[in-house]
Design a binder for this molecule. Structure first.
Ligand code: GLN
Length: 248
């Protein structure tokens, strides 16, 4: 009987810009490629987030949708997500959701949106918007590719490390060359794509973390011919970097 992975897609109707919900599907697909049984569990806004899932995927959102999501996640409905994060369950938060993992987001309307305080960071809206292709290098030396579209500038505190260093694009704040954040099994990033479709190694890292909690290891990829995700990864990097490592 294949090991089962349950992947929560949290508030897709509020947090789902640029196809970010695809990250849950990609994680399930990649899990199956590693011989796991995977299911995506949608958690619509207004429903309490269950604490027992193995992974939680949250997408980006415009300021108003973020404020609504923050209100719900800040209420009892969000307890399950906080407990899951405290238990070291996988959380992948994209752009607006990444901002909500921090302490506060001061949005473009000047409203203070309280975050969940799960990550040591704060975000303030700025201009111009940071829009375009992004390439970063993770601490494991992996190149990550995606695109960004955000007004918020996030600043990491000493309690959290970046997901990567910016080689191309704005990243967290177009100032300190950091992109995203990583803490245990929690990953936040400004990279859309969906980011897991473009970066299969990141999907494997998250699956590995989900199994690690059970004292298990991620098995090898079961061969299904060409690795289309790896092809996409390479194609997106080559579109931006003339030769790996050098910017166009
Ligand atoms: N509303 C936030 C900002 O502009 C997040 C945008 C997004 O999630 N794409 O920074």
């Amino acid at each position: 009987m294949a090991e089962r992975i349950r992947i929560g897609l949290v508030y897709p109707e509020l947090l789902g810009t640029y196809g970010d919900r695809g990250n849950a599907e990609v994680l399930a697909w990649r899990a199956a490629r590693h011989g796991l049984a995977a299911e995506v569990v949608a958690v619509p806004a207004g429903q309490p987030v269950p604490p027992w899932l193995d992974a939680y995927v949250l997408g980006g959102g415009e300021d108003a949708a973020q404020a609504t999501a923050a209100g719900l996640l800040g209420s009892g409905d969000g307890d399950g997500l906080r407990r899951a994060a405290d238990q070291g369950r996988v959380v992948l938060a994209i752009c607006g959701a990444f901002q909500l993992l921090g302490r506060v987001y001061l949005d473009g309307r000047g409203w203070e949106i309280p975050g969940l305080g799960l990550l040591d960071l704060e975000t303030t809206a700025g201009t111009p918007r940071l829009v375009g292709e992004v390439v970063t290098r993770s601490r494991d030396g992996e190149l990550l590719t995606g695109f960004e579209n955000h007004g918020g500038r996030s600043v990491l505190g000493p309690g959290v490390e970046p997901l990567g260093r910016v080689l191309r694009g704005g990243g967290n704040n177009a100032h300190d060359a950091t992109e995203g954040a990583r803490q245990g099994a929690m990953v936040g990033t400004y990279l859309h794509g969906p980011v897991l479709a473009r970066n299969p190694a990141l999907a494997d890292l998250l699956l590995g973390k989900a199994l690690e909690r059970r004292g298990r290891q991620l098995g090898p990829l079961q061969s299904v011919g060409r690795d289309l995700a790896a092809d996409l990864h390479l194609a997106r990097l080559q579109a931006v970097l003339p030769r790996r490592g050098r910017l166009r």
